[in-house]
Design a protein around this ligand. Structure first.
Ligand code: ADP
Length: 471
């Protein structure tokens, strides 16, 4: 199939090349034929005109007062010149034909009509018994008397020259066409050759050899562009493969941990008989692991749906101060359990363009983290406002902060700065990556400012629903 496509491109190139040459040849041949024809016509007219002048010079008045030729002028003078057939007639201005002579027999030209001045000095072609003749008339005055001279020159020689030129043009054109066609095939082969090699190399790169690249080789700029684009795509694919591989590894590890805990708790409890209170403990700890699994699968689902991009979002104005209050009230029980207070402040004008449910999920994750990782009896501030063309939603806590080395990685999937604490608090390691994905699908960003020991500030920057730059 691909072989067929390659050869068809080659054929197409060769055909286009052939068509271009054919068109050029046709245009060239037509132009040459036309100009050569005009040149021959001009030459014929010149010769007919010369004949008229010669005739005028050779015309005398005889003793009877009639026009006559100076003996022997016709034939020799003209024939020596070109050997073509010539014919001359002398007409009185008002009356009949007076004289005629020529190197050919009388071609029987139409008699000149009453108005002999009509069409003087204008060459035209007439078909006679001698073949085509170029004919012209002119008015001359000999010994004070006006005459009309009509001269005719055979066009046979010119026509032969024209036909010869045409056949030569056809022969040359055919030769050029054949050579051009072969050249076209060679050019097409040369142009498509590197493409074929590129495709061949690309075909060898499978998922198992995704780290391989198409090697550089001298090629035209277009092929080089194609190679670079393909190699860049491969690099992106390799990164995605790697991320996917890491993600599946991490996800299966995360799934296995609670499942292993469930199994071992279950197996251990089955080994001996237990009291009702002990069974309650066992079931309680099994339910904890089930909770962990539920949270993990919920987070994985949220991540998967956020990854589908903006398609699933119901965009509209989201009142950030109201959203802050809603989330604070939703999580207040958790905060109260730890003696923490959640303060919500902000600009009532701050309206984000976003999906309410998605932004709520992002804010829940941030406030939930603040509650989880901050010590008891601390304060959490949720603020919102305008930031130029954008709006912000900020969560500030008085917790331990995040070390400088861990800060760049906190938004990675399954990354935990404090693994022990995260597991104790039932974290899945996906909360912040979900926040980042939600921010990005809204055309916004999430930023972290933290000085270890002095808490964290997470800021969501989002497009404002009133901004013209809102996406
Ligand atoms: P987790 O489910 O573990 O909380 P997240 O993606 O929400 O996963 O957070 C990633 C890691 O970043 C956490 O494990 C924690 O170590 C750190 N972290 C997140 N928020 C805070 C915070 N407010 N204070 C301190 N550390 C935090």
């Amino acid at each position: 199939m691909s072989e067929g496509r390659r050869s068809s491109l080659k054929t197409e190139l060769a055909l286009w090349y052939g068509a271009a040459i054919t068109l050029c040849l046709i245009a060239y041949s037509l132009a040459v034929g036309y100009f050569f024809g005009r040149h021959l016509e001009f030459e014929l007219d010149r010769r007919v005109h010369e004949d008229i002048e010669l005739a005028a010079r050779s015309l005398i008045e005889n003793a009877e007062g009639q026009p006559a030729w100076v003996g022997g002028f016709l034939g020799k003078e003209i024939e020596e010149e070109d050997g073509g057939g010539h014919w001359l007639e002398v007409w009185s201005e008002a009356g009949p034909r007076l004289l005629s002579a020529g190197t050919i027999s009388d071609p029987g030209l139409e008699p000149l009509g009453g108005d002999k001045r009509e069409g003087l000095r204008q060459g035209r072609t007439i078909v006679s018994g001698h073949g085509p003749l170029r004919v012209m008339t002119d008015r001359v005055v000999v010994a004070g008397r006006p005459f009309i001279i009509r001269a005719a020159v055979s066009e046979v020689g010119s026509q032969q020259q024209l036909w010869q030129l045409r056949s030569e043009l056809v022969a040359v054109s055919l030769t050029v066409l054949i050579l051009g066609g072969l050249g076209g095939v060679a050019i097409a082969r040369r142009a498509t050759g590197p493409l074929g090699r590129l495709a061949e190399r690309a075909r060898r790169i499978t998922a198992d050899h995704i780290h391989e690249r198409i090697p550089e080789e001298p090629a035209s700029a277009e092929i080089e562009d194609l190679r670079t684009a393909f190699n860049e795509t491969l690099a992106r694919l390799e990164r995605s493969f790697e991320q996917l591989r890491r993600f599946s590894g991490d996800a299966s590890h995360e799934l296995r941990t609670p499942l292993t805990a469930l199994r071992s708790v279950g197996e251990a409890s089955l080994r001996h008989d237990h009291t009702l209170a002990e069974y309650r403990d066992v079931i309680g700890s099994m339910l904890e692991e089930v909770d962990r699994l539920t949270r993990l699968s919920d987070d994985l689902l949220t991540l998967a749906s956020a990854e589908t991009g903006r398609a699933h979002l119901h965009m509209g104005p989201v009142h950030l101060l109201a959203l802050g209050r809603e989330v604070a009230s939703h999580l207040s029980v958790l905060a109260e359990e730890r003696g923490q207070t959640i303060e919500v402040i902000g600009d009532p004008q701050a309206l984000a363009l976003g999906d309410h449910a998605a932004l709520r999920q992002a804010l829940v994750n941030l406030v939930d983290n603040a509650i989880k990782y901050s010590p008891e009896e601390t304060r959490i501030v949720v603020s919102s406002g305008l930031a130029g063309d954008l709006v912000f939603l900020r969560v500030q806590d008085e917790g331990p902060g995040i070390s400088v080395s861990a800060q760049p990685r906190v938004f990675e999937r399954f990354f935990r700065a404090d693994r022990q604490r995260s597991r104790e608090m039932g974290g899945t390691g996906l909360g912040l990556s979900i926040v980042k994905l939600i921010a990005e699908t809204h055309g916004g960003t999430v930023q972290l400012q933290s000085e270890p020991g002095h808490g964290c500030t997470f800021s969501l920057l989002l497009p404002s629903s009133t901004s013209k730059t809102a996406v």
